[in-house]
Design a protein around this ligand. Structure first.
Ligand code: 1CP
Length: 350
């Protein structure tokens, strides 16, 4: 994190994102900030989640904590996918132990028409946090992020976390015009939130479509892909990572959205994922992938963990570039020391 400042574009994470093979396999972990760390829990005591996300010094410190501890190759901005929605005026909160809860779930045309655009000054604290972070991070790239339109829509339509996304799917199929109007507005907010972060100096962005795996490929293509494509195509100048969970069937469609890197959960081996991505678009260069350690493996003991890491690195050779990561976020009970050991193993093993 400190020491001599090199050309950041040569950082292993950014080389791999461009389809290169850097000197060491870059690794970072989704949800590495603000989950398993005792220093995070201590700092957050007495501060609500969304207030923490709007406090530049706190965002900076929480983002740096896992970088100091684990020697990861990327820092993920401490924020949440609902931050731009709240900033744009939607009444919601993050309830501890539950997640985002929306005061008045979206159901009608007037609800959709009431969703306003996002303006940079509404997320000024995020811009300020990125400035502070770039002064501290040296040659570790800062990754910005946003929620993809479908995953955001699920929270807004269901009113909170949902297992089956039934209201969301009912709106999608029952009133496709209203659905597309909703996703169009959310795509506008997401794209602007990502562009604000890029202008402020993040070195890569990740679009989280965490719940896309709830959809069939047909529905994904018709109701989601055009909107995620619009978001990704509006971002210039930094690598774009596109991530979802349970997306084995959706990988080729997700690649069409145009990101530089496709996230792969733990269900699909990376070499199989590469084959699927490539067969679907043989005219494109070999894909770059991110993933795909099962977060539960961090509980399985170091020998089992090392075997998995070696396998994933071997299978990752099939891609043009491989950014090592989990297949989804760090689980809250994960032992932080095991995360540190996992990073060492990724860097050490061949
Ligand atoms: O290290 C990091 O990545 C920290 C920053 C971060 C990120 C990238 C947070 C902090 N949230 C997110 C993204 C996010 N938020 C996603 C996409 C990634 C994923 O799939 O894990 C999603 C789906 C959310 C929504 C959300 N926010 C949930 C999940 C609820 C559900 O549907 O099951 C929860 C619990 C939150 C709150 C939240 N976000 C972040 C933190 C540290 C917390 C907990 C805050 C608290 O309770 O005090």
């Amino acid at each position: 994190m400190s020491g001599e400042m090199n050309d950041i574009t040569e950082a292993p994470l950014l080389v791999a994102a461009r389809g290169g093979r850097p000197s060491r396999t870059p690794v970072w972990f989704m949800r590495q900030a603000g989950r398993s760390l005792p220093e995070y829990r201590k700092l957050r005591e007495g501060t609500a989640m969304l207030d923490a996300c709007m406090d530049p010094e706190m965002v900076c410190e929480i983002t740096l904590q896992p970088v100091r501890r684990h020697d990861v190759d990327g820092a993920i901005l401490f924020s949440d996918i609902v931050v731009p929605l709240k900033a744009a005026g939607i009444d919601l909160d993050i309830v501890p132990g539950t997640g985002p809860v929306v005061a008045k779930p979206i159901a009608t045309e007037s609800d959709v028409l009431a969703i306003a655009e996002l303006h940079e000054e509404q997320v000024r604290p995020v811009v300020d946090a990125i400035g502070l972070l770039n002064a501290e991070l040296g040659d570790v790239p800062l990754i910005g992020f946003a929620g993809a339109p479908f995953t955001l829509a699920s929270y807004l339509v269901e009113g909170g976390p949902s297992k089956h996304h039934e209201r969301t799917k009912a709106l999608m199929h029952g009133n496709p015009d209203l659905w597309h109007a909703l996703l169009d507005r959310l795509a506008g907010i997401t794209a602007e939130f990502l562009r604000v972060q890029v202008r402020a100096g993040v070195k890569a962005v990740q679009l989280f479509d965490s719940w896309a795996g709830a959809l069939s490929e047909r529905d994904y293509r018709e109701f989601v892909l055009p909107h995620s494509t619009r978001v990704l195509q509006s971002i210039e100048g930094v690598p774009r990572i596109h991530f979802g969970v349970g997306t084995s069937e959706l990988l080729p469609a997700m690649r069409e959205a145009g990101a530089d890197v496709v996230g792969v959960d733990w269900r699909t081996p990376l070499d199989v994922a590469v084959k699927r991505l490539q067969q679907a678009a043989p005219e494109l260069p070999l894909p770059v992938v991110q993933g795909n350690l099962d977060p539960a493996l961090l509980f399985a003991g170091l020998p089992a963990l090392e075997r998995e890491i070696e396998r994933i690195k071997r299978e990752g050779q099939a891609a043009a570039g491989h950014i090592f990561n989990l297949g989804h976020g760090v689980l809250p009970d994960t032992d932080p020391d095991v995360i540190t050991r996992a990073v060492e193993m990724v860097h050490r093993t061949t």
